[in-house]
Design a protein around this ligand. Structure first.
Ligand SMILES: Cc1cc2nc3c(=O)[nH]c(=O)nc-3n(C[C@H](O)[C@H](O)[C@H](O)COP(=O)(O)O)c2cc1C
Length: 149
């Protein structure tokens, strides 16, 4: 059992829905989970937990959701260095085929470029997450739970 912080940026609630499902699965696997909005988070929060999941949707032609974008800008490399992360990115290919679910890529790159470690492949969800909650999302969370020590 370990502790996991989930920081999410969600404008319309889709990313929040995915994070709720991930939280539920991790808790069922006996992990302690704290879930908080990016706009209510500070970089020092990351330091308090051995694992952090960063989750955000994509807006504005391949940009991070606004609150997550602002949160990431407040972070410095010391907030990532030698810490363990997983990332979740949402998007919709009807908006932009070139930048679909780009948030996952941006978050992955942010973690890697700042010396953090990714303990899992990113979870990417195209369009509404509802049909994927009991399948893709659940499977990803179960696999992630096995990586948490
Ligand atoms: C104005 C607008 C711009 C968007 N731009 C993109 C984009 O560039 N790439 C993408 O993959 N999805 C894009 N999306 C889709 C959202 O990322 C997607 O609907 C997501 O599920 C929203 O999650 P949220 O409710 O957690 O904010 C856009 C949506 C809106 C409304």
């Amino acid at each position: 059992m370990t502790s996991v912080l989930i920081i999410f940026g969600s404008t319309g609630g889709n990313t929040e829905l995915v994070c709720d499902e991930v939280s539920q699965i991790l808790r069922e696997k006996q992990h302690k989970v704290v879930m908080q909005r990016a706009e209510q988070s500070s970089p020092t929060d990351i330091k308090k937990y051995p694992y952090c999941i960063l989750a955000a949707s994509t807006y504005g032609q391949g940009l991070l959701q606004d609150h997550m974008g602002k949160f990431i800008k407040t972070c410095s490399p010391t907030d990532f260095k030698n810490k363990k992360f997983a990332v979740i990115g949402l998007g919709d290919n009807k908006y932009n085929t070139e930048y679909v679910m780009e948030s996952a890529k941006i978050l992955e790159n942010t973690v890697k470029e700042n010396g953090g470690a990714l303990v899992s492949k990113a979870l990417r969800i195209n369009k509404t997450p509802v049909p994927h909650l009991e399948t893709t999302v659940k499977k990803w969370a179960i696999n992630l739970s096995k990586q948490l020590k």
